[in-house]
Design a protein around this ligand. Structure first.
Ligand code: WT7
Length: 632
């Protein structure tokens, strides 16, 4: 069986095979890789633990499957095509051979500074090639990387370092983001005051600004790379050894460290990349995500490189120095597959068609969307004006926890239906259940989206707290993985994702727990209590609306700004509330639970039917909140 799907009937055939005999199906795909030791059992699992093992008994190194496996045929091919923030600066082409040598050199650096298999290393870096090299070198020496998005605050960074007790941080002096230059090293310095496990910081020079280098702790990337051998013998990893931790928000508590293991993740990101984007050997592929998110891990770095692709990495932002930057880059590199987020599409849509007209976009063959539901208007705008009506649009639904794309059209193969993630990839068994967990079979059903069977890149645990993994994903509907999303299966059997059904909001494609934002707001000395909800936002998808009870309400405007600033400092700019409304009280049930349903309605200015408020402890407060919202 050739594992590259080419037609719709091909897809149906592969899908059926993957359900009837999952082990044979994935075993065949896995056989293309280099294994240092073969597996004993392709899959053993239960969702009660959960305890899931793919390719158990096997040994491998994921970077050998990028380099040693591909170099005989790909040495001179460009692996990473890097575009700097400033279009007047030089872009960079790094071939597979060069990337291999740099990865080996940095692997030697890591080992010479005491990094061993199983150690945790934090990567807090701009979108520069060294970030990719850092990830690959960690994987090569068997260290578990945890990339933290470089827009997170010092507190958020310290929390993540402390949770996984990392011993090293890889960072840069500064981070160019559009017209801004963010001093990332200074953020690391502040974080490390509260994170004692870190013994070494390696700093890559990017902006050349002055930074404080602490003796014995901080070392320059270019200094330690000098004289290192460009050969390195990859460390043997067990199939189920952890490859990385990536922190993500949930409905309760602090962000949790989603743990992915080596072999299954490798097989699935490779397979899904190839089939969803229909990548051909000479194509240039560009995913605009940041490596701080799972999309960057799976579809800038691992999936494309395992498939021998040329993967574009962009340092900047879509609107700098002008709102046609994305389209300019597409023409400059003759991009074939372009993968971005609905929030970027909506933001660029707001500039009209003028920024697009100077560019032909003729090289595009596939366009993709990820991170949140894409509304029909944005879908059509993207399809018509960027895809010129001829490029298949892949609306890819997946999650940090799923490791790879789960439900998506395969480009040019699955008939497109606007705003529908469409059909599951081979190996993926989605089910829709009602609130009691009964499966809703057949078409034209709507409910909660679960997955009934393991796939190779499924989350293995949440770092340091396996119970939390079980409770969050495997306990709501025993025997199934619960996604937290609502979904509909239409009359054609196509899936449409309806958004989160828990207290998680999706702001510009970033996942945010409302509890996490509330905890940050409550740090402000004048705040007594707060409740955060999402509301529809034209560009961000959802905006953040905070209802806050304060000790005094003298200068409301000043207080609101201070509260927003508190959240920015504690989590980062992406979590800053769009609206802060100071309220005299919050609607609560007699058992003391905040009735968020009411707050969501107020925040979305949907006052038509407030539902039953008679069970509230304090119904009078609803009137006052509505009055206050109208003034806001
Ligand atoms: C949540 C996962 C997976 C990469 C980026 C986000 C939402 C993601 C889609 C889509 C509708 C989507 C879901 C999901 N989501 N892609 N194509 N259509 N919703 O990863 O931060 O783990 O967030 O993003 O609600 O649960 P994440």
């Amino acid at each position: 069986m050739n594992h590259r799907i080419k037609t719709l009937s091909n897809y149906i055939h592969h899908y059926e095979k993957s359900i009837q005999d999952p082990e044979a199906f994935w075993g065949e795909i896995a056989s293309i890789f280099q294994w240092k030791k073969p597996w004993k059992k392709i899959l053993s699992w239960n969702f009660e633990g959960p305890d899931i093992k793919w390719f158990d008994g096997a040994q491998l190194n994921i970077t050998e499957n990028i380099f040693e496996r591909l170099l005989p045929t790909h040495a001179e091919k460009t692996a990473i095509l890097w575009e700097p923030n400033n279009p007047n600066d030089k872009s960079q082409k790094i071939t597979y051979q060069e990337l291999f040598h740099l990865t080996c050199q940095f692997s030697n650096v890591l080992e010479s500074h005491g990094v061993k298999k199983g150690d945790r290393v934090i990567i807090y870096m701009p979108m520069i090639p060294e970030a990719a090299i850092a990830m690959l070198a960690c994987a090569r020496v068997g260290a578990i990387h945890s990339v933290v998005f470089a827009g997170f605050s010092a507190t958020a960074l310290a929390d993540r370092i402390n949770d996984c007790k990392a011993k090293m941080v890889l960072t840069a002096d500064g981070n160019y983001r559009g017209a801004k230059n963010i001093p990332v090293k200074a953020v690391v310095d502040e974080a490390l005051e509260k994170a004692p496990s870190v013994k070494k910081v390696i700093v890559c020079q990017r902006t050349g600004e002055t930074v404080i280098m602490i003796p014995d702790r901080d070392i320059w990337w270019h200094d330690v790379m000098e004289g290192q051998s460009n050969q390195h013998a990859a460390v043997s990893m067990d199939a189920e050894d952890s490859l990385f931790i990536l922190y993500t928000s949930g409905s309760t508590g602090k962000p949790k460290g989603v743990v992915h293991s080596t072999a299954g993740y490798m097989v699935y990101t490779y397979y899904s990349f190839l089939n969803v984007f229909q990548y051909n050997p000479t194509d240039i592929y560009w995913c605009t995500a940041d490596i701080g998110w799972i999309t960057g891990h799976s579809y800038i770095i691992y999936g494309p490189l395992l498939a021998g692709a040329t993967s574009v990495m962009f340092e900047g932002v879509p609107t700098y120095p002008h709102p046609g930057r994305f389209w300019e880059i597409i023409d400059k590199f003759k991009i074939n597959q372009f993968y971005t987020a609905p929030t970027a599409i909506r933001a660029l849509q707001a500039y009209g068609l003028d920024p697009i007209t100077p560019y032909s976009l003729a090289s595009l063959t596939v366009i993709g969307s990820v991170g949140e539901p894409i509304n029909e208007e944005a879908w059509h705008w993207y399809h018509t004006n960027i895809g010129k009506g001829k490029c298949p649009l892949v609306d890819t639904w997946w999650q940090t926890e799923t490791g790879g794309i789960m439900i998506s059209p395969l480009a040019g193969i699955t008939p497109n239906k606007p705003a529908h993630a469409s059909l599951p990839l081979p190996g993926i068994q989605p089910v829709i259940v009602d609130a009691e967990g009964n499966e809703l079979k057949g078409n034209n059903v709507e409910g909660n989206l679960c997955i009934a069977f393991p796939w190779p890149s499924i989350i293995r645990t949440t770092y340091g707290d396996h119970k939390r993994c079980k409770e969050t994903y495997f306990s709501t509907y025993p025997g199934m993985y619960f996604t937290g999303d609502g979904a509909k299966r239409d009359h054609d059997g196509y899936f449409r994702i309806l958004g989160r059904v828990d207290d998680v909001i999706n702001v510009s494609g970033h996942r945010m727990g409302t509890a996490e934002v509330e905890n940050a707001i409550n740090e402000h000395p004048k705040v007594i209590e707060s409740a955060v909800v999402g509301y529809p936002h034209d560009i961000k998808g959802q905006g953040i609306y905070a209802f806050v009870i304060c000790e005094s309400s003298d200068d409301i405007a000043k207080l609101s700004e201070e509260i927003k600033d508190t959240v920015r400092k504690i989590i980062g700019p992406i979590a800053k509330p769009d609206v802060v409304q100071i309220v005299p009280g919050l609607p609560k049930t007699r058992s003391g639970k905040i009735m968020r349903r009411i707050l969501r309605k107020v925040a979305s200015q949907d006052l038509s039917n407030m539902g039953d408020t008679s069970t509230l402890l304090n119904p009078e407060v609803v009137e006052e909140i509505i009055k206050g919202a109208q003034k806001n």
